[in-house]
Design a protein around this ligand. Structure first.
Ligand code: ATP
Ligand code: MG
Length: 441
């Protein structure tokens, strides 16, 4: 029979890599809590209209990357609903904000999420069809300060801190302002006019974008187009006084906290709803898919999906790309990627010791150690081979050890053999001896 495989663009995450995923998620949760964020979990699928309106019909995501299907109608008279696997999480969070009237609290809502997203893209390194985002949104009524540039700066400072605590070095922050809903039409008009002369000399995608969504031309990655695109009008020259002041304050706050950034006037980002601040953190080690995370301010999003005025700002990081970056850094540092999963391997010597070795394993596990238990039917040689693949140390537990309460422990690396009273074993094995690829919380 033919073998069934994971669907193209999806993958299984296996130990020990999942250890790294857990470390990333735990670090993010810890940092978010310190910045007064709470977790939100929205559904994996939503009404297709949410994304059409909240992300924008003209975006790549909505126009070609969504997994959409028609739900089964409950009654014949009922129109079947169109549903979509979420391609991103901001629209869902804002929908929940509106649906639960979170604005009525008068407080700023600081919400983070961790979960899978789905986009029908061409799979390649760092780009999958099911991928994972860690993101956060700050949204609320204007009276709660949701429009303040301080929120933008706080998020960017938090991201610098988070990447630092994850141990990611060498990131770059690119920053821009795309102006307010009032600035944008004037800029788009100027862009359209400038493109009349140039568009025909650009790539086919740009020729299409010049008509449907001129801002997207700035996103073009085709090398031959870059010179001409750099000559196009810059959004910075079209910002009104408020947008300019907002951006200046964001930059000043980042300077005060020593968060390094560069201003990239072409950074408009993929989603239609962005206003004012947009940003991206990139990493050189990622190759073509170099964006670790992206985000921006979306002051009109809530209204675009039928809610009250609720300015906000947020970001989404690609967890898959964080993993790739940390793995690349570890490989550079010569880290051992061996599948060391446990602190100790217990080898029961003979079938008669099986039950008591489970008791010993329980003692150590209750003391917080990671323990794998061998089997009483294994010969000593086999126990050593199996143990060496999983752990740094092996405990031999035979008839003599059970009787005397003193066990023999052997370190695979040094070859050192020690006799330790059973009651002191947990201390002896405590974390400073462990060889996990990732530091534990
Ligand atoms: P890209 O330019 O890489 O396509 P994007 O602008 O589409 O990114 P966003 O929609 O802003 O990305 O998503 C935020 C982050 O989510 C990205 O910076 C990236 O790290 C991650 N991401 C987006 N799409 C994918 C994907 N298909 N596979 C893995 N990670 C992804
Ligand atoms: Mg994309």
């Amino acid at each position: 029979m033919s073998q069934i495989k994971a669907v193209r663009g999806t993958r299984d995450l296996l130990p020990p890599e999942t250890e790294l995923w857990n470390h990333i998620e735990a670090t993010a949760r810890r940092v978010f809590a310190r910045y007064a964020f709470g977790e939100i979990r929205t559904p994996i699928f939503e009404d297709t209209q949410l994304f059409a309106r909240g992300v924008g019909e003209e975006t790549d995501i909505v126009s070609k990357e969504m997994y959409t299907w028609e739900d089964r109608a409950r009654a014949q008279s009922e129109k079947a609903q169109m549903l979509t696997l979420r391609p991103e999480n901001t629209a869902g969070v804002v929908r929940a904000y509106i649906e639960h009237k979170l604005g009525d609290t008068g407080l700023l809502q600081k919400l983070y999420y961790i979960g899978p997203q789905f986009r029908r893209e061409r799979p390649q390194k760092g780009r999958y069809r099911q991928f994972f985002q860690i993101g956060a949104e700050v949204i609320g009524p204007t009276s709660a300060g949701s429009e303040s540039p301080l929120r933008d700066a706080e998020i960017l400072e938090m991201l610098g801190t988070l990447l630092g605590e994850l141990g990611i070095t060498g990131w770059m922050l690119e920053l821009n302002s795309v102006g307010s809903a009032a600035d944008r039409p004037r800029y788009v008009q100027a862009l359209r006019e400038a493109l009349v002369d140039v568009a025909a000399t650009l790539c086919a995608d740009c020729q299409r974008r010049a008509v449907t969504n001129p801002l997207r031309v700035l996103d073009c990655k085709v090398p031959e187009d870059q010179g001409k695109i750099n000559e196009l009008p810059k959004i910075a020259d079209f910002l009104d006084e408020d947008s300019r002041a907002h951006f200046a304050m964001v930059c000043a706050a980042l300077d005060a906290c020593d968060v390094p950034y560069t201003i990239n006037p072409r950074l408009v980002r993929g989603l239609d709803y962005y206003t004012r601040t947009t940003f991206e953190f990139t990493h050189g080690g990622l190759g073509a898919q170099n964006a670790l995370l992206g985000g921006g301010r979306y002051d009109g999003l809530s209204e675009a999906i039928g809610g009250p005025k609720a300015p906000g700002i947020g970001f989404a990081m690609g967890a898959d790309r964080l993993v790739l970056t940390l793995q690349a850094q570890a490989a550079e540092g010569g880290a051992n990627n061996a599948a060391i999963l446990v602190d100790v391997y217990i080898a029961p010597l003979g079938g008669a010791q099986q039950a008591q070795s489970l008791v010993l394993a329980r003692e150590l596990r209750r003391a917080g150690l990671r323990v794998e238990l061998g089997d009483g039917t294994f010969r000593l040689k086999k126990s050593f081979e199996m143990g060496n693949k999983l752990a740094r140390k092996i405990v031999l537990f035979g008839e003599e050890e059970a009787a005397s309460g003193i066990v023999t422990i052997k370190d695979f690396e040094t070859g050192e053999q020690t006799k330790v009273p059973r009651g002191e074993l947990a201390d002896f094995l405590s974390t400073k001896h462990s060889r996990f690829p990732v530091a534990r919380e």
